[in-house]
Design a protein around this ligand. Structure first.
Ligand code: 13P
Length: 339
C-alpha cells in the first residue's frame, strides 16, 4: 500500500477547476444510450465513441480523470495506443469501475445491492498494472413507500467499505458512490433525510473497516426533488440541502467530494455544482458526470466519423461549463453565449 501515491492521486483528481468524466457505462447501459441515437452498440462503436471523447482537444484543462469500464481499459486508439496510456500521457488519470452492478436484494422488493467483491483483490492488482489509479463502486438507494430499509442501506455501506479496503491495499484510490436515485415523487426534504441515513451508515462502515479517509473520494448524489414531484426544489435549495447533509456526515479528512448527475438536466447539474462552490465547503467539490457531460456529444456524434469535430465541440463546452462551476464561476449567460 503506497499512501503517498494515493494522496497524490486523490489530490490530482480534485485539482482546482478539474473534475472527472464518467465513461464507465457497462455494455448494457451503453446500449441504452446508443439506442437513443440509433447507433448499434458494437465493441468497435463503443471504442470509436470513447476515442472521440478522450481525444477532445483541450480536455485536460477541465478533466483530471476518466472512469473506464473493463472493456475500455483494454481498448486502444485507432493508432494503437492503449486508452489508459493515451490519457496518462495527456495528464489525465485513468480509473476503473469495478462493481458488477446493482442486483435485486433478496427479501427486499424494490431494493438493490451492488455485487462484485468476489476475487476483487486479484482484479485490483491487474487494474493497477494496467494503469488504473482510482476505482469506482456504485451503490443504488431507491426512495419509495417504506424504502430504503436500513437493511439495504447497511448492506450497501458494508460492501462499499469492503471494496474501499481492497482498493487501498492495491494503492488505488476508491471512489465510493452511494447514489440516492431521483426517481419517484418524493420531496427534496425526503431526499435530504435519505442522504443523511445513507452517508451516516457509509462513514460508520468505513471507520469500522479501517479505511483511510485521507485516501478516498466520495461521489455523492444531490438532494433534488423526485422526478415525479410537482414541486421541484430550486437551485439554491438543492445546494443548501446537499451541503448541509454532507457537512453533517462526511469527514473533513476527505480530499474531495465529486458529484454524479443522476438524470438532472445538463444545466441543472452545472448550476447546482456552481451554487455549492459559491457557498463554500470543507472539501473541493467537483463533477464526475456521465450523462450531463456526454449527452450533447452523443447526440452530435450519432456514430458518424464526420461528426467527431462537432461532438467534441459540444463535449468541450460542457466540460468547460462544469470546470467553471467547480470554481464557482459559472453563470447561465455563458450557456446562452454558446447556444
Ligand atoms: P451520471 O452523471 O449520468 O449520473 O453518471 C455518473 C455515474 O458514474 C453513475 O455511476
Amino acid at each position: 500500500m503506497d499512501a503517498k501515491l494515493m494522496a497524490e492521486t486523490a489530490r490530482a483528481m480534485v485539482a482546482p477547476g478539474k473534475g472527472l468524466l464518467a465513461a464507465d457505462e457497462s455494455a448494457g447501459t451503453a446500449k441504452k444510450r446508443f439506442d437513443t441515437v440509433n447507433v448499434e452498440s458494437t465493441e468497435e462503436n463503443r471504442r470509436a465513441y470513447r476515442e472521440m471523447l478522450f481525444t477532445t482537444p483541450g480536455l485536460p484543462d477541465f478533466v483530471s480523470g476518466v472512469i473506464l469500464f473493463d472493456e475500455t481499459l483494454r481498448q486502444k486508439t485507432k493508432d494503437g495506443v492503449n486508452f489508459a496510456e493515451y490519457l496518462k500521457k495527456n495528464g489525465i488519470l485513468p480509473g476503473i469501475k469495478v462493481d458488477a452492478g446493482a442486483q435485486d436484494m433478496a427479501l427486499h422488493p424494490g431494493e438493490k445491492v451492488s455485487e462484485g467483491l468476489d476475487k476483487l483483490a486479484a482484479r485490483m492488482d491487474e487494474y493497477f498494472k494496467m494503469g488504473a489509479r482510482f476505482a469506482k463502486w456504485r451503490a443504488v438507494i431507491t426512495i419509495g413507500a417504506g424504502i430504503p430499509t436500513q437493511a439495504c442501506i447497511d448492506a450497501n455501506a458494508h460492501a462499499l467499505a469492503r471494496y474501499s479496503a481492497i482498493c487501498q491495499e492495491a494503492s488505488i484510490v476508491p471512489i465510493v458512490e452511494p447514489e440516492v436515485l431521483l426517481d419517484g415523487d418524493h420531496s427534496a426534504e425526503t431526499s435530504e433525510a435519505v442522504h443523511f441515513r445513507t452517508l451516516e451508515a457509509l462513514f460508520h462502515e468505513l471507520a469500522c473497516q479501517d479505511v483511510s479517509l485521507e485516501h478516498l473520494i466520495l461521489k455523492a448524489s444531490m438532494c433534488v426533488s423526485g422526478k415525479a414531484n410537482a414541486r421541484q426544489a430550486g437551485v439554491a435549495e438543492v445546494a443548501e440541502r446537499t451541503l448541509r447533509v454532507l457537512k453533517r456526515t462526511v469527514s473533513a479528512a476527505l480530499p474531495g467530494v465529486v458529484f454524479l448527475s443522476g438524470g438532472q438536466t445538463d444545466e441543472n447539474a452545472t448550476a447546482h455544482l456552481d451554487a455549492m462552490n459559491r457557498m463554500g465547503a470543507p472539501w473541493p467539490l467537483t463533477f464526475s458526470y456521465s450523462r450531463a457531460l456526454q449527452a450533447v456529444a452523443l447526440k452530435a456524434w450519432r456514430g458518424q466519423a464526420g461528426n467527431v469535430a462537432a461532438a467534441q465541440k459540444a463535449f468541450h463546452h460542457r466540460a468547460r461549463m462544469n470546470s467553471l462551476a467547480a470554481r464557482g464561476q459559472w453563470n447561465a449567460n455563458l450557456e446562452k453565449a454558446a447556444a
